[in-house]
Design a protein around this ligand. Structure first.
Ligand SMILES: O=P(O)(O)O[C@H]1O[C@H](CO)[C@@H](O)[C@H]1O
Ligand SMILES: Nc1nc2[nH]cnc2c(=O)[nH]1
Length: 324
């Protein structure tokens, strides 16, 4: 719980010393405040989360301000290879972007999904209205090839189905409705736009269902077969918890997977999957993913999400909340 300090706003140093609980709303506000102290008047409108090996997407921002996770209270370090432990704030095609160069995978943090999705809530507090989420994924669909992109049409959130939901611990109504509707989690009009953009830049873009498993082990061939049977097209260990929180906040979402390997369906003929292979493919494909995101950002329309805190609530909250 954030300590109050009379009417004086806390300094960055004081905020960095707080012990943050991601399921406490005021702690989330304190995290957003610490970032705000480092980005000044910059108000992001679009959030981007870079998947494994996809940091080049965020590295194209202009006039970038980099905020390392070590300078954000409560943020873990994002240590999986292919992820950088920093947020990048900057412009792309004239739009204001907040980009996670490294994400938090639940398997890294004891399946604490509330913690792993906190950055999305912080995006919302800072003003983000639209989220572009990306990941590296294995193909289940046999029409997919290495390096292809798959637009995410819908998700199967296996940890969420088993009770590991990022919103299960949230008691404060400021977080939003706990019965979040996931019926159009991946915005239909943004998917239409993404398909148009892909066509314009002559990019092969599949569309399909992403399934998130807990990881960090890759799936056995029988498990890949199980996911195929239920209609999944690509599999990974991220994204669904972030999208659930985005929807709770009212952020609209568009997402895509970069196919880095082909999921094994037969134990007698199974090829090894390694994270090095995932990163190698991401490296060679990052160029077209980057181009796709740039064009998508360029064509995104304006969108407005109502703020989390109304004026009255803000007035009742401690000093450092007022500007949100
Ligand atoms: O989902 P992203 O962050 O792209 O990472 C994917 O790549 C890793 C496995 O190689 C897993 O963490 C999986 O989720
Ligand atoms: N679970 C899972 N995650 C991945 N990330 C990249 N490839 C894979 C995969 O085959 N399975």
């Amino acid at each position: 719980m954030v300590a109050e300090k009379g009417t004086e706003p806390l300094t960055l140093q004081e905020l960095l010393e707080l012990k943050i609980d991601a399921s406490n709303f005021m702690d989330n506000v304190a995290v957003a405040k610490a970032i705000k102290l480092q980005i000044g008047e910059f108000k992001p409108e679009i959030g981007i989360i870079c998947g494994s090996g996809l940091t080049p997407i965020g590295e194209q921002l202009e006039k970038a301000i980099i905020v390392p996770y070590s300078q954000i209270p409560g943020f873990p370090r994002a240590e999986v290879p292919g992820h950088t432990a920093a947020l990048a704030f900057g412009e792309l095609e004239g739009k204001k972007i907040m980009c996670m160069l490294g994400r938090f995978h639940p398997y890294e943090y004891n399946m604490d999904l509330t913690l792993c999705s906190m950055p999305v809530r912080i995006m919302h507090l800072l003003g983000v209205q639209t989220l572009i989420v990306s990941n590296a994924a294995g193909a289940i669909n046999r029409n997919f090839e290495f390096g292809d992109l798959m637009l995410i049409k819908d998700q199967i959130f296996l940890p969420g189905l088993a009770g590991y939901s990022p919103i299960v611990k949230l008691k404060d109504p400021h977080f939003g409705n706990c019965f979040v509707s996931m019926h159009s989690a991946y915005d239909k009009s943004l998917r239409t736009l993404a398909k148009k953009v892909a066509k314009d830049i002559d990019l092969k873009l599949h569309e399909g269902i992403y399934v998130m498993s807990g990881g960090p082990q890759y799936e056995s061939p029988a498990e890949v077969m199980l996911y195929k049977t239920v209609g999944a097209d690509a599999l990974g260990m991220s994204t669904c918890h972030e999208v659930t929180v985005a929807r709770q906040c009212g952020i609209r979402v568009v997402g895509f997977s970069l196919i880095t390997n082909i999921g094994n369906l037969d134990a007698d003929n199974a090829a090894e999957v390694t994270h090095d292979e995932v990163l190698d493919v991401a490296k060679f494909a990052a160029n077209h993913a980057t181009k796709f995101v740039r064009q998508l950002v360029k064509e995104l329309d304006d969108y407005t999400v109502p703020p989390l805190l109304d004026k009255k609530t803000k007035e009742r909250m401690p000093m450092y909340v007022h500007e949100f």
